[in-house]
Design a protein around this ligand. Structure first.
Ligand SMILES: Cc1cc2nc3c(=O)[nH]c(=O)nc-3n(C[C@H](O)[C@H](O)[C@H](O)COP(=O)(O)OP(=O)(O)OC[C@H]3O[C@@H](n4cnc5c(N)ncnc54)[C@H](O)[C@@H]3O)c2cc1C
Length: 608
């Protein structure tokens, strides 16, 4: 077996898949080293892609040429556009996946990528060497195949680093149900000088679809017209299914309240922090004690399986209590549990130890992406994986790295937050984290990112053709709207009104409707028109914002040498090593006076 590669990606989760694919597309030799070929792209938790802000990220990954959008379009069994009743700026695509169909699509897809070798093995550690005063990655050490050499390495080990699962008092080492933990890799990172932290997440029980009493449940159908995630797809033809809704009740709550001492989260067995926004059912009952019920979505895991995911009741209770919990719920009295809920604690690398390129500050050529950086979620992982894959390539080729701005993508917002602020709980994306969210819409991710990605060599011809065709159509539609009036009124002004949506436009302008323009081009123009006033305001703000973003700070600058800076500012900036003045201003504890000092210093440096 070949032992030398340009890039090695460790881990075949959602981050690893995108990193490996993006890197291989640039013509380099890439190895994806993962514990089990059959679990590549596995959905560890919820069998769904997208949702609020996450749907936007999934579209961004697609616009950057990633796999995620194609995989969910091929395997989606229920598509919904969330927030449809609100303005299009906050619409967010979500789809329930046929879980195994999703994995299979990605596995087959990667198998056909030129220059990508998939190696089934466990990475035990990283290899690096001293280079001047810094260190440089040289490869990894594996359990079966020994040392594999590479010029750059991307680690995407997810929840596997010293993973410890909890079901009541039972504690099992593992990265995910039935899979081994990755202990040696954690140790190797510590030995290399990384500081590791510990986080926690959890998953609910899966139950047998044939044992649910559907008469007692509310039906939740998907959208009649499914909107694809990928800009390459025009329609979804997969069979679609319903999800179902039920609720916890006073009986469920009393059961949990009376047995909190048996929950690892409440008896100190679990010490690490879980996601505040996605609490376990124990936490919901303690924190929202005035609520008399909590919603549960019953989500089928596929078309050819009986497995149903109980969204909303993740927990780490012992098995006897989990049986009682499920049996206390309307419609689930007879339900058979196929897999019990569990919580998992795992190591992560606090992300102030990485740069905005996702390269570690400690070892040149070592990149980290996904859950290992303290995030949570498939989409967050995929976005980082793609950026890390591109930047590992840029590192080797000595070309410009890909750093997405906060004004360009949710992925940019996420990475900027991670590297400037760090995390104290699993980080997931929310629309509220993005200051320019009117621009960062699900409908325009291609406009924001595809031509940028083209410059990095990760956009295939077909995608480029689709992109150009849509842009041409958008221009024609925009021209039409500027050049035509409806009952003497300017169409572009009429479209700013709330109830004047795409169906209204097509009904009011049969001539435009008859031209047969692509639905997505039309919808995107309608969004542009709706927000044009706000967007112009945001663009002005962005102009200001970019001034500081464009002032780069030297790599490895020793801030202690800038004596005019406050001591605290020197310490913080030395630790974070921001890429530019904008990032420096977002480091917690840095104030405008510090930025002025930095600007004066940079001016002097420039003159010198
Ligand atoms: C129990 C549980 C509950 C979760 N709950 C939620 C939730 O509520 N909300 C949410 O958004 N997300 C949740 N997640 C997280 C979600 O699964 C992750 O955010 C996402 O999968 C992260 O993607 P990733 O690519 O970083 O890692 P993963 O998808 O975890 O993939 C890691 C990959 O690395 C491989 N690997 C690990 N170590 C090695 C090694 N040493 N050598 C070779 N290969 C290795 C593994 O085999 C795997 O393929 C949960 C995960 C688990 C396990």
């Amino acid at each position: 077996m070949r032992k030398e590669y340009d890039i090695i990606v460790v881990g075949g989760g959602h981050a690893g898949v995108e990193a490996a694919y993006a890197a291989a597309k640039t013509g380099l030799q890439v190895a994806l080293v993962t514990m089990n070929r059959g679990t590549i792209a596995q959905m560890s938790c919820n069998p769904a892609i997208g949702g609020l802000a996450k749907g936007q990220i999934a579209r961004e990954v697609d616009a950057l040429g990633g796999v995620m959008g194609l995989a969910i379009d091929a395997s989606g069994i229920q598509f919904r556009m969330l927030n449809r009743r609100k303005g299009p700026a906050v619409w967010a695509p979500r789809a329930q996946a046929d879980k195994h169909g999703y994995e299979k699509f990605v596995q087959d897809f990667l198998a056909s990528v030129d220059g990508l070798t998939i190696i089934e093995d466990m990475a035990l550690g990283i290899r690096h060497k001293a280079q001047g005063i810094s260190k440089r990655i040289t490869g990894i050490e594996c359990q079966k195949y020994g040392v594999l050499h590479a010029k750059a390495v991307v680690i995407t080990a997810g929840t596997f680093l010293r993973g410890l699962m909890h079901i009541g008092s039972e504690q099992i080492q593992g990265g995910r149900y039935g899979e081994a933990a990755s202990n040696a890799l954690s140790q190797s990172l510590i030995e290399a000088g990384f500081e590791l932290g510990r986080l926690k997440t959890g998953t609910p029980a899966r139950i047998d679809a044939d044992t649910i009493n559907y008469d007692k449940l509310e039906r939740q159908p998907g959208d009649e017209k499914c909107e694809p995630f990928s800009y390459l797809n025009k329609e979804i033809t997969n069979k679609q299914v319903d999800c179902w809704i039920t609720y916890t009740n006073e009986g469920t709550h009393a059961l949990i309240r009376d047995n909190l001492d048996r929950s690892p989260m409440y008896n100190d067995q679990i010490q690490s922090t879980g996601p505040r926004y996605c609490p376990s059912i124990e936490t919901k009952i303690v924190r929202f004690s005035d609520k008399d019920r909590h919603q549960i979505f019953l989500e089928p895991e596929g078309l050819d399986t009986n497995w149903v995911y109980c969204n909303g009741i993740s927990n780490s209770l012992p098995i006897d209590l989990q049986d009682k919990l499920i049996a206390s719920i309307e419609g689930l009295q007879q339900a058979k549990i196929l897999r019990y809920a569990y919580a998992i604690e795992y190591d992560y690398v606090p992300p102030t130890q990485i740069r905005a390129t996702l390269e570690s500050k400690l070892i040149d050529g070592l990149f980290l992406a996904g859950q290992i950086n303290g995030t949570s979620g498939y989409e967050e992982a995929a976005g980082q994986g793609l950026v890390a894959g591109v930047n590992a390539t840029a590192f080797i080729k000595g070309t410009e790295p890909l750093i997405l701005g906060r004004d360009a993508a949710y992925i940019g917002v996420m990475i900027d937050d991670l590297v400037t602020k760090g995390v104290d709980e699993p980080y997931r994306m929310f629309t509220s984290r993005a200051e320019y969210r009117l621009l960062l819409r699900a409908d325009n991710a291609d406009e924001r990112l595809t031509s940028l990605a083209f410059d990095y060599g990760i956009i295939e011809d077909q995608r480029w053709d689709v992109f150009e065709a849509k842009q041409r159509q958008k221009q024609e539609i925009t021209d039409y709207l500027h050049n035509n009036k409806l009952d003497g009124q300017d169409l572009t002004l009429l479209l700013r009104q709330q109830d004047h949506d795409l169906p209204w436009l097509l009904e009011s302008c049969p001539e435009l409707a008859a031209k047969g323009y692509d639905h997505y081009a039309l919808e995107s123009v309608v969004c542009d028109m709706r927000y044009v006033g706000y967007v112009q305001k945001q663009l002005k703000l962005i102009e200001k914002f970019r001034k500081n973003e464009n002032v780069r700070l030297p790599r490895d600058l020793d801030y202690h040498k800038i004596s005019q800076l406050r001591y605290e500012a020197r310490e913080k900036l030395n630790y974070v090593q921001p890429a530019n003045l904008g990032q420096a201003s977002r480091v917690s504890g840095i104030n405008p006076a510090d930025i002025t000092v930095l600007m004066i210093y940079l001016k002097k440096l420039g003159k010198a």
